[in-house]
Ligand binder design. Structure first.
Ligand SMILES: [Zn+2]
Length: 171
């Protein structure tokens, strides 16, 4: 059986180099809840796929093969359906999915990389943050003043702390 996504293609390597240059740190083909995207930014929960123009049905560059119409036609519609499904399922789990065309990387890999890095910054600013209290120190028992420490479940290197009065009110 032929694999749909061939790994480590020339456009993927070109994009990876430029992302790296811009300070983006990724993992290649790392496991996510839905498959192994070409580039994975786990803490930002961004998945990047580099889609080949022929295999993934680029409107500008897809060329219908002259032979084995039925076989290739079926293959194309299966690939596109799989891309749609994978995108939808990742997004349903809170991931941001970027699909980069092979032709965009060939034209200007740096510009394509910039779009990726911008998307990651945006996610880090807000998006996927999920704060959890992991420790509370009592500062003054008489007035119930406490120091609370919180951590982002999505990126445990990100923490914040706040000083406030203990409260039992539920919002
Ligand atoms: Zn194309």
């Amino acid at each position: 059986m032929s694999r749909i996504r061939s790994r480590d293609t020339r456009p993927e390597r070109a994009l990876g180099r430029q992302i790296w240059r811009l300070g983006g740190r990724y993992r290649r083909y790392a496991a996510t809840p839905v498959g192994r995207p070409d580039f994975v930014f786990r803490s930002a929960r961004v998945a990047v796929f580099v889609d080949g123009c022929q295999w993934h049905g680029c409107p500008d560059h897809y060329v219908r093969p002259r032979t084995r119409d039925e076989f290739w036609g079926k293959k194309l519609s299966e690939n596109v359906a799989r891309d749609a499904r994978q995108t939808e399922q990742l997004e349903a789990r809170g991931w941001v999915v970027l699909r980069v065309w092979e032709h965009d990387v060939r034209r200007d890999a740096l510009a394509a990389a910039r779009r990726v890095v911008e998307a990651i910054k945006k996610e880090r600013r807000g998006g996927g943050v999920e704060w959890r209290v992991y420790r509370v120190d009592v500062l003054d028992r008489a007035i119930d003043l406490e120091h609370r420490f919180e951590v982002d479940l999505r990126d445990v290197s990100r923490t914040r702390d706040v000083i406030r009065h203990r409260t039992t009110s539920k919002q």
